[in-house]
Write a protein that binds this ligand. Structure first.
Ligand code: PEP
Ligand code: MG
Length: 596
């Protein structure tokens, strides 16, 4: 029986990226970049008013920065010089005077005039061949953003301040926004933008925050305080649900909790098929804080430590010692099992980091990841030193991301060997036999896996990027999310070739993309002879239970057939049949609703 249905119920379908059902009130946050429009002013009267508006915005900006500075706690006070720099930038002639002149002389609005001043500063900075100075442009950009917010009358809301039990609704959230969320309070989030394997999605899973992305225009369909149901299993979002629906979802939530605790109960059992084929199961982590959850579920180690988040959180390059302390802690905590530490895999497509080149038109194909490291040897070497030093405290495997060909691998290994020699000369301990591997996530690397296999100790297949680059589908773009297909015959063939090349060369091959946590993919992975899966911790019990229900012999026979199927749809149907009966109905339903 419905009691409070006075408003319209709206049902939306998005992309589920982090499991769980939440029912609660919304909190709308604005993370969109400020849109700057060009406006022509009508004479000197308007320009005078515009100058006043600009000066007021400068004043408010200064006041806000001073408030932040005065409110800094003792522990972080030493960093207040950053804010002093920002205050100086506001007073700088290049910003204040030039903008005022442009408003007066060219009769254009304050926002556009400020943008012109900043463009000029950027051009001047780009010519300077001194990294430190060039990096100061980031400060100019940060201050400009703040002035613009004041001009348009918006406040930059830190998500860390949300301390109510709410569901966050935003156009998009950056991984930094997500890492700021108070996970004790915020119930989960939904966004207009985003894709299944975006880093924001991965962070939501890491924090166990139910999340649905790619809802296109949900921010315009809710207000602050709207009642919502978010189903992180199948991507359904219900705005203004009625009481019956709330009860139905509460039941579904209970059912899931029961099912999850039942598979959790068996999660200590070995991940062995019915014909005793053993797959090593490891965990993916992004932060040191995830170690406890990982330790509860896996005993075989960390298969992917995504190290970029430490850089991101601090919004600067951490020192070698800071990195070392973090890695040592992970290594010691997980010892005697191994930890695969991946070197910095940073890119503007993944994180809008200040460290990276602004203005790349196509950041997913830009100066990122291993390319960024090779072009910034000091950043790279400092991380390599930290990883090597940590290797003296347990078992570390070192992994290079985004390797596209042999030369890049040789260049990366050369830097590693130079760093090893440097540590030798300083008598610093490290594991001299450290295993060195690469991610296979660029199609060119997959195609020459047989060649690359001779130069490394292990491969880890990064399907998130492998699918993105092979199918030319932006993994963060909600408009193409429906055609992001792990079951594409091209992908299955590539995975098969990489696994075969690794097996023939006698090296270990793991798979660490989100595909490793998809139960439908388990038969493919078993069939291709992958030794190891590395999964977000929450997905481990389910994948283990699926592995224990299948036979490797059958999976190998299936693969023969799968490799002849022409479309993703055919492959999906085949897998659906295979998985039937293996998992309880509820999960099948979730999957069917999920897969297009
Ligand atoms: C991948 O690309 O599959 C992967 C595991 O790396 P990331 O998601 O960090 O790019
Ligand atoms: Mg990747």
């Amino acid at each position: 029986m419905s009691t409070h249905k006075s408003v319209e119920t709206i049902r939306l379908q998005g992309i589920p990226v982090s499991q769980g059902i939440i029912i609660g009130k919304t909190r709308l946050v604005d993370r969109s970049r400020i849109q700057i429009n060009y406006l022509y002013l009508n004479g000197s009267k308007e320009s005078r008013a515009e100058v006043r508006r600009f000066k007021d915005a400068l004043k408010s900006t200064k006041k806000q920065i001073l408030t932040i500075k005065n409110g800094m706690s003792e522990q972080i006070k030493e960093h207040s010089f950053i804010l002093d720099t920002h205050l100086m930038i506001i007073d700088d002639k290049m910003i204040s005077e030039t903008t005022v002149k442009t408003i007066r002389n060219e009769l254009i609005n304050a926002e556009w005039a400020l943008k012109k001043s900043v463009d000029e500063i950027r051009q001047a900075f780009e010519k300077i061949d001194y990294e430190y100075i060039r990096d100061r442009m980031n400060d100019v950009e940060a201050v400009t953003e703040r002035i613009l917010l004041n001009l348009v009358g918006k406040e930059h809301e830190s998500l860390a301040n949300i301390d109510e039990r709410v569901i966050v609704v935003a156009h998009d959230l950056s991984p930094t926004d997500t890492s700021e969320l108070n996970t004790d309070k915020v119930m989960g989030f939904i966004t207009n933008a985003g894709g299944r394997t975006s880093h924001t999605a991965i962070m939501a899973k890491a924090f166990k925050l139910p999340a649905v992305v790619g809802l296109e225009s949900v921010t315009s369909q809710v207000q602050d305080g709207t009642l919502l149901i978010v189903d992180g299993y199948n991507g359904n979002v219900i705005i203004n649900p009625d009481d019956d629906e709330i009860i139905r979802y509460q039941e579904k939530q209970l059912y899931h909790e029961k099912y999850e605790s039942s598979i959790l109960k068996d999660s200590h059992l070995p991940s062995e098929t019915t014909d005793n084929y053993r797959v090593t199961i490891k965990a993916n982590i992004e932060f040191l804080e995830e170690i406890d959850a990982a330790k509860e579920l896996v005993t075989e180690g960390i298969g992917l430590y995504r190290t970029e988040f430490l850089y991101l959180r601090q919004k600067r390059i951490p020192s070698e010692d800071e990195l070392f302390e973090d890695y040592r802690e992970v290594v010691e905590q997980i010892s005697p099992s191994p930890v695969t530490i991946r070197t910095l895999d940073i890119g503007r497509d993944k994180f809008p980091s200040e460290m990276l080149e602004p203005g790349e038109t196509n950041p997913a194909l830009g100066l990122k990841s291993i390319r960024f490291c090779l072009e910034n040897p000091e950043i790279f070497r400092s991380q390599l030193r930290a990883i090597l030093r940590a290797s003296a405290f347990g078992r570390v495997r070192l992994m290079f991301p985004m390797i596209s060909g042999l030369q890049e691998l040789i260049d990366s290994k050369k830097v590693l060997h130079e760093v090893m020699e440097e540590l030798d000369s300083r008598n610093i301990a490290y594991d001299k036999n450290i295993a060195v591997g690469i991610m296979i996530e660029i199609p060119s690397a997959a195609a020459i896996a047989d060649i690359l296999a001779k130069h490394v100790d292990f491969f880890s297949i990064g399907t998130n990027d492998l699918i993105q680059y092979s199918l030319a589908i932006d993994r963060t773009n909600e408009h193409v999310a429906h055609i992001y297909r792990p079951y594409h015959p091209g992908i299955i063939r590539m995975i098969n070739f990489v696994a075969k090349s690794a097996n023939e060369a006698g090296i270990n091959v793991s798979l660490c993309g989100e595909m490793a946590g998809d139960p439908m993919c388990v038969p493919i992975l078993l069939g291709t002879g992958i030794d190891e899966l590395s999964i977000n911790t929450e997905g481990i019990p389910l994948i283990k239970s699926v592995i224990r229900s299948l036979s490797r012999k059958e999976a190998m026979e299936d693969l023969e057939e799968l490799l002849t199927l022409p479309t993703s749809k055919d492959i999906r149907r085949f897998l659906e049949k295979r998985i039937e009966g293996v998992m309880p109905k509820i999960i099948e339903n979730g999957l069917q609703e999920n897969i297009s």
